[in-house]
Design a protein around this ligand. Structure first.
Ligand SMILES: [Fe+2]
Length: 306
C-alpha cells in the first residue's frame, strides 16, 4: 500500500513579528493583508497546531507528502522559510514532498516576477518530464510509483481584494499532454491544485476562473484523483472522466485552523492499494487535531474508489 499525505493552507507565520521585513513591504500593496493578518489570522490560525501536526506526520510516516498552497499569508520570504523549516523536520524525504503555491503565495505581482517561491521550494517542485523553461514551469510531474503527482499552479496576484485563481490556456494544454503521456497514463495520476475545480462557495472573487477548461481536460484525459485546498474545510466532489468513470475531487481543511471540531486543523492521508492499472481502491482518511489532548486522531475513513 502507498500512503499519500495531503496538507493544505497552513498559512505559516514567522515566530515573532516580521524579522527582516521592511516597512515598505508591509505598507505597500500588502497593507490590507497585513492588517487582516494581525487582527484576524493570528486568532484563527495557530502555529502550535502545525507543530502538533508535524509530530503526527512523523508518526504516520507517509510515503509522500503533498502541500497544495497558501503556505504564507502575504507572500513574505520569512513566512515561506517557516514552512521550509517545518518540512525539514517533517520526517519526509525531500524527493517525497510536492509543493504548489496558492493565492496567498502570489499576493503581489513582484513576488511572481522574482519567482521567489519557486526558488525556495525548488527541491519540492522537480519534474520527471522535461520542462520547457520558466514559462512552462507548471505543471510539473513527479513519478513516484504507483503514483504520478502533477503540480498545477492556479496562483495569480489578486492582492487584498480577491482570492480567485486561473490556470491559463498554455498550462492547461501542457496538463493534458502530461496526463496522456504514456509513462504517466500507466500510473495512478494525482493532480494537485490550490483552488477547487468545482464551485463550493459563492462569489467569483474567490473561484477558479477557468474551471470549465480544467473540467474539459479532465473529461478528455482523465485522472484518478484531484486534491485541492483554499476553502478551509474538507469537501468531496467529482467530475466526469473519460469512459464514464468519475474522478474524485477532494479538498482538505486548513492545517492551522483553530476553530471547532468540524473545521479544526487537519490533514488527509490517501491509501492506494498497489494494484496498478486498472487502478485499485483509494481510501480517504482524515486526521483532525483534538483540542483536549493536542493529538491528532482519525476522524474519517471513506472509500473513494471501492
Ligand atoms: Fe487560498
Amino acid at each position: 500500500m502507498f500512503r499519500l499525505a495531503h496538507v493544505t493552507d497552513p498559512h505559516f507565520r514567522t515566530p515573532r513579528g516580521f524579522p527582516g521585513v521592511s516597512a515598505a513591504e508591509l505598507l505597500g500593496k500588502r497593507a490590507v493583508g497585513y492588517l487582516n493578518l494581525t487582527v484576524n489570522r493570528v486568532r484563527k490560525h495557530k502555529m502550535d497546531l502545525l507543530e502538533d501536526m508535524r509530530v503526527d506526520l512523523r508518526a504516520q510516516a507517509p510515503d509522500h507528502l503533498a502541500l497544495t498552497g497558501d503556505l504564507s499569508n502575504i507572500a513574505l520570504g520569512s513566512e515561506w522559510r517557516s514552512a521550509l523549516a517545518w518540512l525539514d523536520l517533517s520526517g519526509v524525504a525531500p524527493d517525497a514532498i510536492s509543493v504548489i503555491p496558492g493565492n496567498h503565495d502570489a499576493y503581489v505581482p513582484e513576488v511572481l516576477a522574482t519567482r521567489e517561491f519557486e526558488r525556495l521550494f525548488a527541491p519540492y517542485q522537480t519534474s520527471d518530464l522535461d520542462r520547457d523553461g520558466e514559462s512552462a514551469y507548471y505543471p510539473f510531474v513527479q513519478i513516484r510509483e504507483p503514483l504520478a503527482l502533477i503540480g498545477v499552479s492556479s496562483a495569480v496576484a489578486t492582492g487584498d481584494l480577491g482570492a480567485w485563481g486561473r490556470i491559463g490556456e498554455a498550462q492547461l494544454a501542457r496538463l493534458e499532454a502530461i496526463l496522456t503521456a504514456p509513462e504517466v497514463r500507466a500510473l495512478t495520476r494525482v493532480v494537485l491544485i490550490h483552488h477547487p475545480p468545482v464551485v463550493h462557495k459563492g462569489g467569483e472573487h474567490r473561484n477558479l476562473r477557468d474551471r470549465a477548461g480544467l473540467a474539459a481536460v479532465l473529461a478528455r484525459a482523465g485522472a484518478e484523483l484531484v486534491l485541492h485546498g483554499h476553502d478551509h474545510h474538507d469537501e468531496r466532489a467529482e467530475l466526469p472522466g473519460p469512459d464514464g468513470r468519475k474522478i474524485p475531487i477532494i479538498g482538505a481543511g486548513s492545517a492551522s485552523y483553530a476553530g471547532g471540531p468540524e473545521r479544526r486543523a487537519r490533514y488527509s492521508i490517501y491509501e492506494f492499494e498497489e494494484a496498478g492499472p486498472p487502478r485499485g481502491p483509494i481510501t480517504w482518511v482524515s486526521r483532525v487535531h483534538d483540542e483536549a489532548t493536542s493529538f491528532f486522531r482519525e476522524a474519517r475513513r471513506e472509500a473513494l474508489v471501492p
